[in-house]
Design a protein around this ligand. Structure first.
Ligand code: GCU
Length: 331
């Protein structure tokens, strides 16, 4: 369960904070909510969550702060997700594909080519369209608080990939879900699931031929060193989900719960902005190290992925309705 301390705990991520200005109101105990994050302190999601932690602290008069552990310090996303469900930690940022393993309807949020643009995705994440599916997981001891953008994922390997035929026999790492595996197979390659932290070495050792991710993660994890061709297939705008232990959430006052929910909406938008601001820098870093970014005609990939979409949306009424709702918000 959450740990309570009388004094403000040290600032997360090595940021310096003015302890005096941030001191809780007299007699207020500060409860620390531990949040697991699998990427670095430079990542836009980290930046947004860190701002949100400050805002939550202020808004609750010092009653709560969120302490973010970056770089898989609390384990891979899969491990962190289990720690949240057991209440060992309180929050984690995990890929949608991890939550899909609990409620298959989540697969809809991570279907290839489900979102036409960043604007479309922002509308879906902030319009309330996801409120019902977010509340659906409470029986599994976790609540989904927000969907954060993670850009558009593209294929990277040892050569440019222009068509599905170029992927023939290519083992491409995907996130750990059936939908991700089926998607990559449909795109012409061999979907190979593994945790993010293992990808660099697996490519280097030839266990796989490449990966698929957004530019920021590609640069952050230096995957360009082992897979220098990044082809703009833009096949997946799969969100990351902020998950929270349900007992911890419900243990907060109604007012604090509402404050947190409102902040989650606000920082969902803010993270889109931070994503946008960090994108070019990531590309530049990769390019300076020799990476090549290649434009791709997405139509053949889109067509190849249609059976995956049909399969997931035909599995339940809920999945079908959610997909239709997402599509109806496209411009
Ligand atoms: C992205 C995403 C992460 C995910 C990772 C992955 O970086 O933001 O949540 O872990 O891709 O490929 O595993």
């Amino acid at each position: 369960s959450a740990s309570a301390t009388t004094a403000p705990a040290p600032a997360a991520g090595g940021e310096t904070k003015d302890d005096e200005a941030k001191a809780p109101e007299k007699d207020v105990k500060t409860t620390t909510l531990k949040l697991a994050f699998n990427q670095s302190e430079k990542h836009p999601q980290y930046l947004a969550l860190s701002e949100m932690s400050d805002a939550f602290y202020e808004a609750t008069g010092g009653a709560y702060r969120i302490e973010i552990s970056p770089n898989e310090l609390l384990g891979s996303q899969k491990d962190a997700f289990e720690l949240v469900q057991s209440g060992t930690i309180q929050m984690a940022m995990v890929a949608n594909s991890i939550v899909e393993n609990v409620n298959p309807d989540f697969a809809v949020l991570g279907l290839p080519y489900a979102y036409d643009s960043v604007e479309h995705q922002k509308k879906v994440f902030t319009s309330g369209a996801l409120d019902d599916i977010f509340a659906s997981t409470e029986a599994n001891n976790f609540s989904v608080m927000a969907a954060f953008t993670a850009g558009a994922r593209c294929i990277y390997t040892d050569k440019p990939v222009q068509t599905p035929a170029d992927l023939k026999g290519y083992k491409i790492r995907v996130m750990e879900s059936q939908t991700c595996i089926a998607m990559l197979d449909a795109m012409g390659g061999v979907g190979t699931p593994m945790a993010q932290g293992e990808v660099y070495t697996a490519i280097q050792q030839g266990v796989i031929n490449g990966g698929e991710n957004n530019e920021i993660t590609y640069a952050d994890l230096k995957h360009y060193e082992v897979a220098p061709y990044f082809s703009y297939t833009r096949h997946l705008m799969i969100p990351d989900l902020l998950v929270m232990n349900t007992a911890t959430l419900k243990g907060m006052s109604e007012e604090d719960q509402q404050t947190l929910k409102d902040l989650c909406k606000e920082y969902t938008e803010r993270e889109f902005q931070l994503w946008d601001e960090n994108l070019e820098g990531a590309k530049k870093t990769a390019e300076e190290a020799g990476a090549q970014f290649i434009d791709v005609d997405i139509a053949p990939f889109q067509e190849a992925c249609q059976p995956v979409i049909d399969n997931v949306t035909s599995k339940s009424e809920g999945a079908k309705a959610l997909y239709e709702e997402i599509r109806s918000l496209a411009n």
